[in-house]
Write a protein that binds this ligand. Structure first.
Ligand code: SAH
Length: 219
């Protein structure tokens, strides 16, 4: 796929749209202007890649809406060199945003096919700071814990205990929690070994966070 001036123009517009919806972080807006979102979508959606909408990717999953990506990223407040864990690599677009912000990113996906595709994309874009894993994100990534920040990009029915454990003290977990129809965005700050502060943001709709790995393609 090519990245043309037309694509760049559409990205500029998308960044303005996202800014008008309330995103203030200039680095996040710069990420939206820079990252070729059409690379993360099927060719059939190329013309729509810079609309502020979620789209289907393989395995019946979705690439999150750019505004949602920006909103979650802003809640996370990523700083350069921070160790960040993402649950739900999906297309890899959100991973690219976190990497653009200078995170040392670890990302987990439960669908093998999506994991492989995203990993190849990171390599072709030269995003060498991203480490991808084919795992069940419910369990987190114990051998690389603790993390400064953890971002869950699928709708959880509860907060996985492992993720709370794998946060540094002072660390932040952003996770949408609810049922299949709708989830509330939560920001959990770890204030002590077993103490957490919870802040509640708006309603969102993500594909579900599911337990266990999935080896088989569901076409
Ligand atoms: N961040 C992605 C969003 C993809 S949708 C993007 O920008 O495109 C959420 C993803 O979470 C899906 O790919 C789904 O397969 C994955 N997922 C769901 N449950 C998971 C789990 N337990 N561990 C890892 N990934 C999971």
């Amino acid at each position: 796929m090519e990245d043309s001036n037309r694509h760049k123009g559409m990205r500029k517009q998308l960044a303005i749209t996202v800014e008008n919806k309330g995103i203030k972080d200039i680095n996040i807006l710069a990420a939206i202007r820079s990252i070729p979102r059409h690379f993360f979508l099927d060719i059939a959606f190329e013309e729509h890649a810079y609309e502020d909408k979620a789209f289907p990717i393989d395995e019946k999953q979705t690439i999150s809406q750019p505004y949602t990506v920006a909103f979650q990223t802003e809640l996370l407040g990523v700083k350069k060199r921070e160790k960040v864990l993402e649950i739900g690599t999906g297309s890899g677009y959100q991973s690219a945003v976190l990497s653009y912000l200078g995170a040392r990113l670890y990302t987990i996906e439960r669908h093998e096919q999506l994991y492989k595709k995203a990993k190849a994309m990171f390599r072709s874009l030269g995003l060498m700071g991203i480490r991808s894993f084919f795992r069940d994100g419910y369990k987190g990534l114990g051998e690389f814990a603790p993390f400064d920040k953890i971002l869950v990009t699928a709708g959880a029915n509860q907060i996985p205990e492992a993720l709370k454990e794998q946060l540094k003290i002072g660390g932040i977990l952003v996770i949408p929690v609810g049922d299949r129809a709708s989830q509330t965005m939560l920001r959990i700050t770890k204030t002590g070994e077993n103490e957490f502060r919870k802040e509640i943001f708006g309603k969102f709709r993500f594909v579900p966070l599911l337990e266990g790995k999935n080896l088989w393609s569901e076409k």
